[in-house]
Design a protein around this ligand. Structure first.
Ligand code: ZN
Length: 111
């Protein structure tokens, strides 16, 4: 799940983002991983779209499309405050990746 306000600002197109995502997914699959779908918010700040993190619209969309998704068993891994707020709002475990690539701010929200 990714905020991509560069689309709203005309810095890149949805197709540009798709090319980047396809490259990423290809690498992940070659390494034995799997990602079912990439969600992105193409809107700019202040548009109140509901999908720009820290709003949880993208999580709700994912749960709608993949009903087996259980936020209480989900882990939000991100590098920003908005990622952590997103995870906390959705009731997920959050893991913040910092610049030195270590795991910190591990906040278990499971009961
Ligand atoms: Zn949005």
């Amino acid at each position: 799940m990714t905020n991509q306000r560069g689309i709203a600002r005309g810095l890149m197109t949805v197709n540009d983002l798709k090319l980047v995502n396809d490259f990423m997914l290809q690498g992940i699959e070659q390494s034995g991983g799997r990602i079912d779908k990439v969600y992105f918010c193409p809107h700019d700040r202040g548009q109140n779209c509901g999908c720009r993190k820290p709003d949880i619209g993208m999580a709700l969309q994912a749960r709608h499309e993949f009903p087996e998704v259980d936020f209480s068993k989900s882990i939000m891994v991100g590098d920003s405050t908005s990622d952590m707020e997103f995870g906390q709002k959705a009731g997920m475990v959050t893991v913040k990746i910092t610049e030195n690539h270590s795991l910190s701010n591990f906040a278990a929200t499971l009961q």
